[in-house]
Design a protein around this ligand. Structure first.
Ligand code: NAP
Length: 589
């Protein structure tokens, strides 16, 4: 007969499931920093469906998602699930969230359709859930593309920060016998993601001899990517932010390492018309490319670039990638606006491929590598159960070490759970002493796409101001054949930032201050002055109707990174609205 509730250190007899369990819960009423958001509570053990499994959690892996879940941004995961449930869609009714998307543990109960595991099996779990009834999945489609796909313990409830977790049977994989509970709980999410990125993309899948450039080689994903690339016979090159991490990456299997702090060409691409800026960027990125050759010992471009920093590194990744090669990206840690010089993409026929977590088959392929001993979990630190808020707080404050972290749940002490030797022994590298992250916190693993975010979007109160209330009437214009010298005079005399180019009553382009400055590059002032407006203008003209809301005009400008719009009435240009006007109004001059 099961007790009502077992203490954490007291493992229930195998297969005995008590009605209640200890868990760390996030509730909407305490959304905030991790130490506020997480609280220990006792809740009912959840019932399982026919294709589900109840696992007694021995240890749980940590990742950034539950920092976001606790903050309640960018998505209130509890509210979204509750709303979906109320509408009869795929959701969950509980008014709380139990996070945790990585775990090791023991199977305690199985649904009647489960055949791949039985009570008593020691397992690790991947975090991909999907409905077996989804038509796409039933027809043999990759479950990663199913609309029912969810990340367990972030997009779903009943994650691993509890004595029992509810998972789908297909999530369960054999625990590597040579690993402790905490080691086994730490690698699956990052390693399976890295596996799909490297093995999942057809002709560009990693193969023997490929050069693979890996961002963040000492990080969670990067440390797995180095090992997976090496196991495939490829040549990993790791990029890190300091030489103190070189040894770690080399021990994992990197052929060489690059310190990204030796370069400063990061960030969005300069404008392609900006000769001087582009030339400087090219110099930086070429030096970076030369460094790759240097550490590689031969003049070869990487076949695969393993990307996740995103905004600041994508231009470099696309540039250094080999002809026909692939930049594969699973995150935008530094931002989502990746700029791409399309000339390199199409002329050299490179592929920019998005990738998200992994399907069941890929997770199992990855796990075979772990079971065989060829994948070190790169556990940097393990914590006791009581530290779940603290370890998330460390991540929130960016004070956590590189590598992967875990917490004990059912395991009574650190170092338990290994029941055999690894078939293959590899070096177990350690990170530099005192190592902590120096970079900002990543956005959630599952970034809310606008359609999801809409449900929780912040409502902006609009005061109803229309463009016509604020616009400047009349258009200061020039003709296409006017010289740049004439246009510059109009600009300076009127103290404006752009001149509209009118041709036969139609606005055909805009000469902005930026166009002027770019026209001067590589030319004498006389040569620049003699050019025609039509040669330097940005063709086309961004317009808005005088009747639209000012807030809509702001969205048009921010979306196109512009500072002004030509205003039309009855289809005819009649004035201009600029960001300066908006600033004046909203700051209250
Ligand atoms: P991590 O352990 O924090 O490692 C990321 C590494 O990136 C850092 O160690 C850092 O290494 C490097 N980095 C940070 N800022 C950089 C910059 N500006 N330029 C170049 N490198 C930079 O994180 P992770 O677990 O590897 O995850 C990385 C990202 O992938 C996160 O955004 C995470 O949410 C996402 N992710 C996505 C999926 C998915 O399925 N879509 C799965 C797992 C993770 P150095 O400072 O040494 O360079």
């Amino acid at each position: 007969m099961a007790k009502e509730l077992y203490n954490l250190a007291e493992q229930p007899p195998l297969g005995v499931v008590p009605p209640k369990m200890h868990a760390w819960l996030i509730r909407p009423e305490r959304f905030g920093t991790p130490t506020e958001a997480f609280q220990q509570e006792v809740v009912d053990v959840p019932p399982i469906a026919d294709d589900e499994v109840l696992v007694y959690v021995m240890a749980a892996g940590i990742n950034y998602n539950n920092v976001w879940a606790g903050l309640g941004i960018p998505v209130n995961v509890i509210g979204s699930r509750n709303k979906a449930f109320a509408k009869g869609e795929q959701g969950e009714p509980e008014p709380f969230h139990i996070g945790g998307s990585d775990a090791s543990g023991i199977v305690y109960k199985v649904g009647k359709d489960v055949t791949n595991v039985k009570v008593g099996d020691e397992v690790v779990m991947h975090c991909g859930q999907y409905s077996r009834d989804c038509e796409w999945v039933k027809s043999g489609g990759d479950p990663m593309y199913s609309p029912t796909y969810r990340i367990w313990g972030y997009e779903t409830n009943w994650g691993s920060f509890a004595q029992f977790t509810k998972v789908q049977a297909q999530q369960c994989m054999p625990k590597p016998k040579h690993m402790t509970w905490e080691e086994a709980s730490a690698y699956t999410l990052v390693a399976a993601t890295a596996w799909r990125m490297l093995h999942g993309w057809g002709v560009n899948a990693v193969k023997k001899g490929d050069v693979v450039l890996i961002w963040g080689g000492a990080g969670g994903l990067g440390s797995m990517a180095i090992q997976i690339a090496k196991a495939a016979g490829a040549i990993p090159i790791a990029i890190v932010s300091g030489e103190d991490k070189f040894d770690y990456c080399m021990k994992l299997g990197a052929k060489g390492c690059i310190n990204r702090n030796e370069f400063d060409h990061w960030g969005m691409l300069p404008h392609w018309k900006d000769n001087a800026g582009y030339a400087k960027w090219l110099k930086g990125v070429r030096a970076f490319g030369a460094k790759i050759w240097d550490v590689l010992g031969e003049k070869r471009a990487p076949n695969i670039i393993f990307e996740h920093p995103g905004e600041t590194t994508i231009p470099t990744s696309i540039f250094v990638c080999d002809t026909g090669g692939m930049v594969v990206v699973c995150a935008g840690t530094t931002g989502y606006n990746a700029t791409v010089d399309l000339r390199y993409l199409w002329m050299r026929q490179k592929r920019l491929q998005g990738s998200h977590f992994a399907n069941t088959e890929q997770s199992n392929q990855m796990n075979e590598l772990a079971v065989s001993g060829l994948l070190d979990p790169c556990l940097s630190r393990a914590f006791p159960y009581t530290d779940i808020p603290h370890v998330h707080q460390l991540m929130y404050e960016n004070k956590h070490p590189h590598g992967n972290m875990a917490v004990l749940v059912g395991a009574r002490e650190f170092g338990l759970g290994a029941s055999g030797k690894a078939p293959v022994a590899i070096v177990h590298p350690t990170l530099p002493k005192g190592d902590v992250h120096t970079t900002p916190r990543p956005y959630p693993l599952s970034a809310p796409l606008p359609s999801i975010a809409e449900a929780e979007a912040i409502t902006i109160a609009d005061d109803g101001t229309r463009v016509k209330d604020l616009m400047h009437r009349g258009i200061i214009a020039c003709a296409p054949a006017d010289t740049v010298g004439q246009v510059a005079k109009i600009m300076v005399d009127n103290e404006i930032h752009a001149v509209v180019v009118m041709d036969g009553g139609k606005a055909v382009g805009v000469v902005s201050q930026t166009d002027m400055v770019l026209a001067r590059q590589g030319r004498t002032p006389e040569q620049a002055r003699a050019m025609r407006a039509s040669d330097v203008m940005t063709p086309g003209c961004a317009t808005c109707d005088a009747g639209i809301l000012l807030s809509e005009a702001v969205s048009l400008m921010t979306g196109r990174r512009m500072h002004r719009l030509v205003v039309t009435e009855n289809g005819q240009p009649t004035g201009v609205i600029s960001m300066t006007d908006v600033v004046r109004k909203i700051i209250g001059e």
